[in-house]
Design a binder for this molecule. Structure first.
Ligand SMILES: [Zn+2]
Length: 358
């Protein structure tokens, strides 16, 4: 059975986690409509954690052929059904099923059937209230499953119950996740999945997915002390630093608004693992700022209209948040417009981040 990784979105992401209390009466099934390679549950979790490209959207769980990510607790609503304040958005658990071309779609559907059955049981929801997204808004979603919806429903009835094993797994996951999250909170560190993944990397834990055993390993390593290889950053007063887009909390614990991130600031004071940034008069962690070298290099990339550029193969999203189709990658386009960190490409008429073209 797939593992359920609870990776709740922070409450500060209002567009993704509106936080209205909900008693789930329905389960709404979606397809991600993203067949790109690598567009699995983990990627969609990252997408939501990164603010979904400015869109107002959020759902409860994403299922792929290997695992399940949970983004929202099931007693809060999400924006996924396209019916405003109707029952789709306000009373249904939203499940996205991945269709990444490098995954096994049939397996992902099987995993979803197992998950739906489990949720039906937990929340006393009848099979008649398991509905496609189309039920609420008429959208052609889940696009790969509408043609054989009855088959999907029949498969839920026949899905394995395996009540003990998976629920234990989920419990232990929660407990272990909880203890590392509690520990990080207790030392005033960001406990989000993305920061835990960053820490895991620093401490030599490869391929961090937030499993119980990895969390235990990370917790033990964190308690033991500093990572071996991480050089201490020396930052000078008066120097310019770049505040990382992945930074989430000020050193004082408050959330950093996204409008503050991804910009350069002047260092006014340095103290232990923190620096005081002059323009915003706020303490941030050294680990969240980069040297001016990085930012000035980013800034120095200059593009002008009429110039031909190539979209990097490693690029994954347009500046507007949608995934870049694979045929666009590695292709050349003419720059139509240039704006701060992005360029508008002719032919596809889409904004792409400067860092994603060369
Ligand atoms: Zn949908």
């Amino acid at each position: 059975m797939p593992e359920i990784i609870k990776d709740f979105l922070p409450r500060s992401l209002k567009n993704q986690r509106p936080g209205n209390p909900m008693t789930p009466k329905y389960i709404t099934v979606h397809n991600t409509a993203n067949s790109s390679k690598g567009a699995d549950a983990e990627m969609h979790s990252r997408y939501l954690h990164n603010g979904a490209g400015g869109r107002v959207v959020g759902w409860h769980l994403t299922v792929d052929d290997k695992e399940i990510y949970q983004h929202l607790p099931t007693d809060e609503n999400g924006w996924h059904a396209g019916d405003g304040n109707g029952d789709g958005n306000m009373s249904s658990i939203g499940i996205e099923i991945c269709e990444n071309s490098d995954g096994d779609f049939d397996k992902a559907v099987k995993n979803a059937q197992w998950l739906v059955k489990k949720l039906m049981k937990e929340h006393n929801i009848s099979i008649n209230n398991v509905v496609p997204h189309k039920h609420w808004s008429g959208k052609n979603c889940p696009r790969l499953m509408l043609g054989n919806w009855n088959e999907f429903i029949e498969g839920i009835k026949g899905a394995s119950e395996t009540v003990d094993a998976p629920s234990q797994q989920v419990d232990s996951e929660t407990v272990t996740n909880g203890s590392i999250v509690d520990y990080l909170n207790s030392i005033n560190k960001d406990a989000s999945f993305s920061n835990r993944a960053k820490l895991a990397k620093q401490y030599g834990i490869k391929g961090y997915k937030g499993t119980a055993s990895q969390n235990t390993e990370l917790l033990n390593k964190l308690k033991k002390g500093k990572p071996v290889s991480k050089p201490s950053k020396s930052i000078k007063v008066g120097s310019k630093v770049y505040l990382s887009k992945s930074a989430s909390k000020y050193a004082t614990g408050e959330n950093i608004p996204s409008s503050i991130k991804g910009k350069s600031y002047t260092v006014q004071q340095v103290k232990g693992n923190k620096v005081l940034l002059k323009e915003i008069y706020s303490w941030v962690y050294k680990s969240d700022v980069g040297g001016s070298g990085k930012s000035s290099k980013q800034k120095s990339k200059s593009f002008s209209p009429g110039q031909k550029v190539t979209v990097k193969k490693s690029a994954s999203k347009f500046a507007t948040g949608e995934s870049i189709a694979s045929f666009v990658k590695g292709n050349s386009y003419t720059v139509k417009q240039v704006k701060s960190d992005r360029v508008l490409l002719g032919g596809i008429m889409s904004w792409v981040r400067k860092k994603d073209v060369y």
